[in-house]
Design a binder for this molecule. Structure first.
Ligand code: COA
Length: 495
């Protein structure tokens, strides 16, 4: 039944139960596991670890591509298995453990983790656990719905556990492009010159002797948690498409735009979905997570090619896309996240990056990670890889959160992920602010007027005017700059 998936017959006798495989992982180890935004994560071994932690002391550093599905982060956090976690997560239970100080979370740019592991600035990786569609005759590992950091984990780890998932379609074979950059400081340029550049091999090349255990699984990926577009997200999409059409009119972009990146979540997915009703055509994506909107754009005949690091779909879209993956295959590619997010490639290809803010301030600084300045939401993910290096760095958010009690446009952000130097365009459902070439005193009135919810607009303009009266290149009333957040904490509202 699985002989056609484990094609190196010398490896067949390494098939064991998840519990036996998990015994390779000892207390205090660093474990690199596959998984990127709920796609392609190892599923059985981490569950076995969580069960084992009930009867023996077991704490590990867990490194993945990004967030995990199948409630794995929740299960591991609740079993107290995680002492340290990097580089991204999006689970409420783990978030709670992080914010309680129980789990040390290292929030990293997604392109950077394996560079640090490779040079032993962090690590070493003791064991890698990688979900695969198959193992080739030569022992190469064919990943499933994500590549993430899996290739480097398998290459760097002392021992590798492979989870062969029989539910993952063999149509995924051939979709991956595994390229590992050479060592610095004499690294050759990464030869990606367009989203469809194939520069590597379609499997993770490792010495098969390192494969210490193989586990057979059947559990599907979890579906994405994004919500369908609503009036607010449709309005944001509308402002962005008007802006991009204007760039075309001015001769700065063609109707094919430049390669697109869209961040995780409901808003970014809706914005991309909104491109269906525009004159743009022959679009390309060079992104990290490919969500429902990628396949909607394919089906609408708008998108020519999509390169990413994972495919994460809603339950309905999953049923539609995966049985007929071959239909899309020639237009899709999955790469290691250090390549999908590589700053050099992002700059060279001239990416239009669209990411989501929790809040931004009147000068264009963006907070994507910390609620109230202190509590971790998910992490910076790949947003910084794209924001600093893209051709256009766009941040979107709804103008308010929690039924209007929170303004997403504030005098000063309570935490900075993307500073004013990295941000070109801000958009909410009320409008868009084009910050390119503007000084702080020019940006503030534009952001307040175009992006702030009218219920907070006068309050914010009043702050700005009083700040200007005090002077400065970036005027602030310092003792009041975070007063909106203080008011929220004390009264439950920023009003
Ligand atoms: N203060 C407090 N909470 C806020 C907020 C603010 N200013 N703005 C939004 N929120 C809350 C929302 O109310 C919502 O809460 P809920 O889950 O309890 O309903 C939650 O944050 C998510 O917001 P939503 O408006 O649904 O947006 P989203 O699903 O698009 O997610 C981010 C927004 C910022 C959390 C998400 O995009 C993210 O984690 N970004 C950082 C990583 C990243 O950009 N990666 C891109 C490449 S991987």
């Amino acid at each position: 039944m699985y002989e056609d998936r484990v094609r190196n017959s010398a490896l067949l006798d390494r098939i064991v139960s998840p519990e036996e495989a998990a015994l390779l992982i000892k207390d205090g180890m660093m474990v690199g596991m596959s998984g990127f935004t709920r796609a392609g994560e190892a599923k059985a071994v981490p569950m076995a670890l969580a069960a084992r932690a009930k009867t023996e002391p077991l704490k590990i550093t867990l490194v993945t591509g990004a967030s995990l599905g199948n409630d794995l982060d929740k299960t591991l956090a609740e079993a107290h298995v995680l002492s340290r976690r990097m580089p991204f997560q999006a689970d409420p239970a783990l978030r709670k453990a992080i914010n309680a100080g129980e789990v040390m979370f290292v929030d990293q740019h997604l392109s950077e983790t394996v560079e640090m592991l490779r040079t032993r600035q962090i690590g070493p990786v003791d064991v890698a656990v990688i979900e695969a569609v198959a193992i080739t005759e030569q022992g190469g590992i064919v990943p499933t719905t994500s590549v993430g950091n899996s290739a480097s984990f398998a290459i760097l780890a002392e021992k590798v556990i492979v989870e062969i998932n029989l539910s993952q379609s063999t149509q995924l074979e051939g979709l991956h492009d595994i390229y590992i950059p050479t060592h610095r400081p004499v690294r050759m340029p990464i030869p990606v010159v367009s989203p469809e550049s194939r520069v590597g091999v379609p499997f993770i090349p490792i010495d098969p002797n390192k494969i210490a255990a193989i586990v057979i699984t059947e559990k599907l990926d979890s579906s994405s948690t994004i919500l369908p577009p609503d009036d607010g997200t449709r309005a944001i999409a509308g402002h962005l498409s008007d802006f991009l059409q204007n760039e075309v009119k001015r001769g700065r972009l063609s109707n094919s735009l430049q390669p697109l990146q869209a961040g995780i979540g409901t808003i970014a997915n809706a914005v991309l979905h909104g491109l269906i009703d525009t004159p743009f055509h022959d679009l390309k994506m060079y992104s990290e997570v490919l969500q429902d909107s990628t396949f909607d754009l394919f089906d609408a005949g708008k998108l020519d090619f999509a390169s990413g690091s994972s495919i994460t779909l809603s339950a309905e879209k999953y049923k539609e896309v995966f049985p007929q993956l071959n239909k899309y295959k020639s237009r899709l590619m999955l790469r290691p996240q250090e390549i999908s997010n590589h700053p050099e490639v992002v700059r060279r290809l001239g990416i239009i990056g669209i990411n989501t803010a929790l809040e931004f301030d009147i000068y264009g600084n963006v907070n994507s990670t910390h609620v109230g300045g202190t509590r971790m939401m998910n992490g910076i993910g790949g947003s910084g890889d794209f924001a600093r290096n893209g051709y256009l760095s766009i941040f979107v958010t709804k103008a308010t959160a929690k039924d209007g009690k929170i303004s997403s446009v504030v005098p000063m952000v309570s935490h900075v992920d993307h500073n004013e130097h990295d941000v070109d365009i801000l958009a909410t459902e009320f409008g868009l602010a084009d910050l390119r070439g503007l000084a702080p005193r020019e940006r503030a009135p534009l952001i307040i007027q175009n992006c702030c919810d009218p219920i907070y607009r006068d309050q914010l303009m009043d702050y700005y005017k009083r700040a200007v009266a005090r002077g400065g290149h970036t005027p602030h009333v310092m003792e009041e700059a975070l007063s909106w957040h203080v008011r929220l904490a004390e009264t439950g509202s920023m009003i």
